[in-house]
Design a protein around this ligand. Structure first.
Ligand SMILES: Cc1cc2nc3c(=O)[nH]c(=O)nc-3n(C[C@H](O)[C@H](O)[C@H](O)COP(=O)(O)OP(=O)(O)OC[C@H]3O[C@@H](n4cnc5c(N)ncnc54)[C@H](O)[C@@H]3O)c2cc1C
Length: 483
């Protein structure tokens, strides 16, 4: 009899895992079946593309990092290669500071200056703050090996102002986190490697720029990629593939059903797991992949692995919201040349960033409209999300007036709320993952993957889902485990 794998959660991690399992040669040969269970009526999790007033509006993520290949590769494998589109390289991104917008100095690499002239010219840092950045050239390496926060690390090498206005808003924004709370090892280990290899971050950033100039000679690559139909196209293509020949007829997608309990059982000499669903149904599976947020997986694992559950439950998540606003182009005075802005620490603003969607992705709005997306919430700023949608829109409009001198009435607005959506990798996160991994060895063919663990972005979620599926196929190819 062939083995059966259950995937809990139909976000991008769960869908990629189901897809990888359906394509895995060992799983196909062994006839491994897969059931994916998603509690919402819709698949895709945080990936949700909507059409409003002739515009393409992303409720959640709008793109993925081009340097992490797993998302673009999956798009190509699904026949979406022609739909991939990149942001124009070299377009400015701004920082809102003291009520004005200043461009990030050119040549920032992971928030670290790799060119001296733009650093000297920028008005985001005072002359003294620039001198402090220069201290990085002579400061020694840190000796202690303890996990430092991103903020402490950048402050130690480049000074407070870089945490407040350059690297802090840029890097911590990806996690909707606070630079002084996020683990550097778990978020941007490259920066640690730079210190280890070059001692100075600025020298390391310069060396990297030189290498990249040789690799990309003549063709600057886009930093972010998306799909012409929005990231929702990836979800549609995955669902279609799983139901079509690529799925091999072995994948079942169950939506609108929540897994409420998970228990190890022995049935007819088979060691398996019983998944109890909220409609009273039960699914028996030989392998389980949990791709729900860590706190949801913790609740399911609590009865059979309380220690693992408590480690998972201690991974905090913060809530965010995105407010999209469309304006008549003729009523917008600001030229909006660039991709948008992030907000410096301590600015008296409620939004944390704003994407100029119609500039970043020109075909997402008709030519007569300007589409902007503001982000609210994030670590330490979640109280604002208690306000109703109307108030979130007025706060976003107030901040747009302040930064872009935008006082026109929007043609439409749309608010997307994402409660407990962004996992925070705090110091010790990687040790926690090791302890979770060790605890899971007692539960054969049970695995975890998703944004809560080794990467929050779409490419890392796809990588994690794919790798977990391949491991499950390997473990179960010989048939269901017997006692
Ligand atoms: C506003 C916002 C903007 C973002 N922007 C970007 C971006 O531009 N680029 C980027 O790369 N990343 C971005 N991210 C991050 C990225 O979107 C997410 O980290 C990623 O989509 C998470 O995917 P996932 O499959 O791991 O989790 P999820 O999408 O959360 O999927 C998990 C699924 O599990 C389901 N589930 C939970 N419990 C159960 C249960 N008991 N039974 C059945 N189903 C269950 C949930 O309903 C959910 O659908 C953004 C995130 C947000 C919120």
């Amino acid at each position: 009899m062939s083995a059966h794998v259950a995937i809990i959660g139909g976000g991008i991690t769960g869908l990629s895992a189901a897809h990888a399992l359906a394509l895995d040669p060992r799983a196909r040969e062994a006839g491994i079946r897969c059931t994916l269970v998603e509690q919402e009526p819709r698949l895709g999790g945080k990936l949700l593309t909507e059409r409003i007033g002739g515009c393409l509006v992303e409720a959640g993520p709008d793109s993925f990092l081009a340097t992490k290949p797993w998302a673009a590769n999956l798009c190509r494998a699904l026949g979406l290669g022609d739909h991939l589109m990149g942001t124009l390289p070299g377009q400015p991104v701004y920082v809102a500071f003291r009520g004005k917008l200043y461009p990030f100095p050119e040549g920032l690499a992971l928030g670290v200056p790799s060119r001296i002239a733009p650093l000297v010219r920028t008005r985001l840092l005072s002359p003294l703050e620039k001198l402090r950045v220069g201290c990085d050239l002579v400061l020694p390496r840190r000796r202690e090996a303890t996990d430092e926060t991103m903020g402490a690390f950048i402050r130690r090498r480049l000074g407070d102002a870089v945490v407040a206005r350059l690297a802090g808003p840029m890097l911590a924004g990806i996690y909707a986190g606070d630079a002084d709370a996020l683990s550097l090892r778990a978020t941007f280990p490259q920066l640690l490697e730079w210190e280890a290899s070059h001692r100075s971050l600025v020298l390391a950033a310069m060396a990297r720029r030189k290498t990249m100039a040789v690799t990309n000679a003549g063709s600057p690559s886009p930093m972010f990629l998306s799909l012409t139909g929005g990231v929702g196209e990836l979800v549609e293509a995955l669902v279609a593939a799983l139901g079509g020949p690529q799925g091999g007829g072995n994948t079942r997608l169950v939506t609108g059903r929540c897994v409420v309990r998970l228990a190890p059982v022995v049935e007819a000499g088979r060691r398996c797991y019983a998944l109890h669903l909220d409609d009273g149904g039960t699914l028996m599976a030989d392998g389980v992949l949990l791709t729900a947020p860590a706190f949801a997986s913790a609740a399911l694992l609590e009865p059979m692995a309380p220690q693992v559950a408590s480690l998972l439950g201690a991974i905090p998540y913060v809530s965010t919201a995105a407010v999209t606003l469309a304006f008549r182009r003729e009523e917008v005075r600001h030229p909006l040349v660039g991709h948008g802005f992030v907000v410096a620490r301590d600015e008296p603003m409620e939004i944390t960033a704003c994407t100029w969607v119609s500039s970043k992705w020109p075909r997402r709005a008709p030519p007569d409209l300007v589409l902007l997306r503001c982000y609210l919430g994030a670590a330490g700023r979640e109280a604002v999300l208690e306000e109703d949608d109307g108030r979130l829109v007025s706060l976003a409009r107030r901040d747009l007036r302040r930064t872009l001198d935008m006082d026109a009435d929007p043609v439409f607005t749309s608010v997307s709320r994402w409660p407990n959506s962004m996992p925070q990798y705090l110091p010790g996160h990687l040790d926690r993952l090791e302890a979770i991994e060790a605890g899971l060895t007692a539960l054969p063919s049970l695995a975890l993957a998703g944004a809560g663990y080794t990467g929050i972005g779409i490419p890392d979620c796809i990588r994690q889902g794919t790798e977990a599926a391949v491991r499950l196929a390997e473990a179960l190819a010989a048939g269901p485990p017997r006692v």
